[in-house]
Design a protein around this ligand. Sequence first.
Ligand code: PGA
Length: 262
Amino acid sequence: VQLIVGNWKMHGTRSRARELAKAIASGKLPAGVMLSVAPPFPFLDAVGQELAGTSIGLAAQTCAVEKEGAFTGEVSAEMLASMGCMQVIVGHSERRALFHETDEVVAKKLRAALRAGINPIVCVGETLAERDAGRHEEVVARQVKAALDGLDAKTLERIVLAYEPVWAIGTGRVATPEQAGAMHARARATVSEVVTPGAAKAVVILYGGSVKPDNMAALAATPGIDGALVGGASLDAKNFLAIAENAVKGEASRKSLETKRT
Ligand code: PGA
């Protein structure tokens, strides 16, 4: 099963968000894919209403570390849970780069989500400078370790990882399936080291960064890629649904190859 998450970032208006949610909810979904969307905070309620009664999950783009208190402008994971959010993205590269979220803060946000009963989607990924310096594997391993250190296999069942190379986000320059596959393998190996091999085998790892309908199938056909975190292309219902469809096709072609091999 592929998981496709739409990250709407800071786009739209309340009515536009409602329209987009309605259009996605009315689309015909193939079997073998799960969808969720992460609208901006102020639209969670409207979008949640449009998604009610569908299988599409409601997600948020970040959460506060703290539960409540004098933290002007912050939104706690508990608040998100009360809005019907099932997932929250933590550690997105834009949060890390523009809002100074360190590995330590990301780890705390992940735990805040778990505390509130929301499943975290933890983003990791190297910058172009880090890749050019040959440090991409080391950076992603560090980010995964910092986020997951101390968690047990049972807790890992609630966590989704997203490998998002910063140089591929919003640039139109998608990682090749080989590059993404290798980094997913690296992230999985780190889960095996810090949690358990069983948890590593089971953990869902999404790819993110310029995912479009026409590159999704090849990514989903790659072993270890369990879905996608989609930014720009998730703002168009037709594109988002086409990505879901192509993810299913890609996974099916991978499976048929695997059966041929065995
Ligand atoms: P993009 O964004 O699909 O627009 O590259 C991906 C993301 O930031 O999650």
